[in-house]
Write a protein that binds this ligand. Sequence first.
Ligand code: CP
Ligand code: NVA
Length: 300
Amino acid sequence: MGVRHFLTLSSLCGDELLSIIQRAAILKKQFIEKNFETTLKNRVLGMIFEKSSTRTRVSFEAGMAQLGGHAIYLAPTGSQISRGEPLEDTARVLSRMLDCIMLRTFAHERLERFAMYSDVPVINGLSDSYHPCQLLADMLTYYEERGSIQGKKVVWLGDGNNMCHSYMNAARIFDFKLIIACPEGFDPDARLLEATKAFVSIERDPKKAAKNADLVVTDVWASMGQEAEQAQRIEKFLPYQVNADLMACVNADALFMHCLPAHRGEEVSAAVLDGSQSVVWAEAGNRLHTQKALLEFLLQ
Ligand code: CP
Ligand code: NVA
């Protein structure tokens, strides 16, 4: 088999994803004990960011260091990419120097094009369409807190965005039921909805959607690149805020997740984000462990 990329969750099969999540749990234990295995000694990851990041950058960079390797950060400005050097050329050059490349970009097609010209594994660090690395962390977090997610009910509230699309893929792969509560005009991709319809449905009424849910997930109402739409979106999305009223509809032991950064008072109330059902800090921390396991999987 040729080089493997991780552009969406569907780039890997369910068993491969589960093995990454299981390995992440072991790496997490080693991290807590400060007992590191340097499985990626002398390996170098390049990280190209065309958008901002805190968690993705730090988790990949710290992860490579802990595994005995190194990471190089290319910021949204400063490299020749931002001055117009074709992605295809950058991919061919960098894959002669690096062992793996993470790209955070706008159109998903940019990632696909980059991967086509790269001789080393390419990881999607977020595109306008998908954020698969976040899902690895979310699935580990659910597993740690509640066990298997198979057969559970997950409610997504807000925009049918990149995170929502990755949840749709996760529903199909990990066999859970996903109800998407989004305002009209902000539906997820129709083709993906068709492909995942055995696991995913849309319910406009947020409270109906949330009824008896085991996991509640939301994200910002205006993603990176949509800043100009922020004000007009707030009005349409307000009924989809995750607050105490909404949480009253879900199962008593339901969890709340958010990929962060969060806007308290917009998509989620401060009381929910900082409340007892919220696992957002564990979720963010798990980015480190799941991405280390992903890097090992792709590089070994
Ligand atoms: N959740 C997430 O990807 O965060 P960053 O944008 O900070 O990387
Ligand atoms: N949907 C958000 C996720 C940020 C991690 C965005 O794309 O900005």
